[in-house]
Design a protein around this ligand. Structure first.
Ligand code: UDP
Length: 322
């Protein structure tokens, strides 16, 4: 059975160009991601939607809040929880506070070591409150998993006579071994400059893996734990990538601050102070490394989804080979 060593990666995009590009390197296993969160002992859909509302609130209150959501926001609206908390309508503010406390506050503290308001609003806006019964995690028209896995996709991408692959080689070392005029660097932005202006913060992850026997190890491919236990979420890879025997593998995910000497950087930390430091590094890049193009989640220091990382790569290519 296929697992994702670095946590669940579900490919999803709205972009025809990105989808068509990747279709050159893979076929897809059709897959629609659905997530449940454990809230007050129940499993409810995330993003929080009208189903989650009915599951958690007494019936009359749920109906009243649903009417308010439809009236003030409209069917299909997707509103960040931090905005719902500030809504002019008192009932919607109440709902915003409820969703914040039960789904976002604890999860965000575990994931980032920060409260939601301390981070850029775009972080929690990734998972808005949804005014519909659509329980898909991503609304994008294209979603799926590479049929033969991401490793095979990457291997096909790299299989080109002009590409030479050097593994287990640091960026500095490679830059000395190869003659180059333009360089595309996808490592961590601060690492390129030996963290001269200070270390940019990253979050890292630790996984606990367990094999389980039975039909389904948990009620959805991904379960989030906003207010219970130490893990942020667990993923049943059998439900994600498919399985052919009675066993499945579940990964429990724990977040931690990244110590660059020992940990893998997973997430840039979107907040004002780190944006300013990243900007200072970008300024340094313009002065000291004009022939280097910085691109990717770590080198741009941006919380890209996979499709955004691909779009960025295509944009760099267009710039170099118009
Ligand atoms: N989030 C949350 N509760 C949830 C799901 C998400 O508080 O049940 C917040 C949390 O801050 C998280 C962010 O929304 O880091 C983005 O979630 P997403 O699922 O996009 O994170 P990723 O898959 O990139 O780790």
């Amino acid at each position: 059975m296929r697992i994702h060593r670095y946590g669940p990666h579900i490919f999803h995009t709205q972009s025809n160009a990105v989808w068509e590009y990747l279709c050159r390197f893979t076929e897809w296993r059709p897959y629609t991601h659905r997530v449940l969160a454990e809230v007050e002992g129940r499993f409810v859909p995330v993003p929080f939607n009208l189903e989650s509302l009915s599951a958690l609130m007494p019936e009359r209150l749920a109906r009243r809040l649903e009417t308010k959501l439809l009236l003030h926001l409209g069917l299909g609206a997707r509103v960040p929880v931090l905005r719902l908390k500030e809504h002019a309508d008192a009932d919607l503010r109440f709902l915003g506070d409820y969703v914040y406390r039960n789904l976002f506050e604890g999860y965000t503290l575990k994931q980032w070591g920060e409260r939601p308001e301390a981070l850029d609003g775009s972080v929690t806006a990734r998972v808005p409150v949804v005014v519909s019964r659509d329980s898909r995690y991503f609304p994008d028209p294209y979603q799926g998993l590479p049929r033969d896995g991401y490793t095979a996709l990457a291997a096909r991408l790299l299989s080109h006579p002009n590409i030479r692959l050097l593994l287990k080689t640091g960026a500095r070392e490679a830059m000395e071994m190869v003659r180059w005029k333009r360089l595309i660097y996808t490592g961590a932005l601060d690492e390129y400059f030996d963290r001269r202006l200070g270390a940019l913060p990253y979050r890292s992850l630790r996984f606990e893996w367990r094999s389980e026997q039975g039909t389904e190890a948990q009620p959805a491919a991904q379960v989030n734990y906003p207010n219970s236990g130490g893990a942020t979420r667990s993923t049943d890879f059998g439900q994600l990538t498919g399985r052919s025997n009675p066993f499945t593998t579940v990964a429990w995910e724990y977040s931690k601050a990244c110590d660059p000497r020992v940990d893998e950087p997973y997430y840039p930390v979107p907040r004002d102070s780190s944006r300013e430091l990243a900007d200072a590094y970008r300024q340094l890049a313009r002065q000291e490394a004009p022939d280097v193009i910085f691109a990717g989640r770590l080198a741009d220091y941006r919380y890209y989804n996979m499709d955004q990382a691909v779009a960025r790569a295509l944009q760099v290519y267009e710039g170099l080979c118009p």
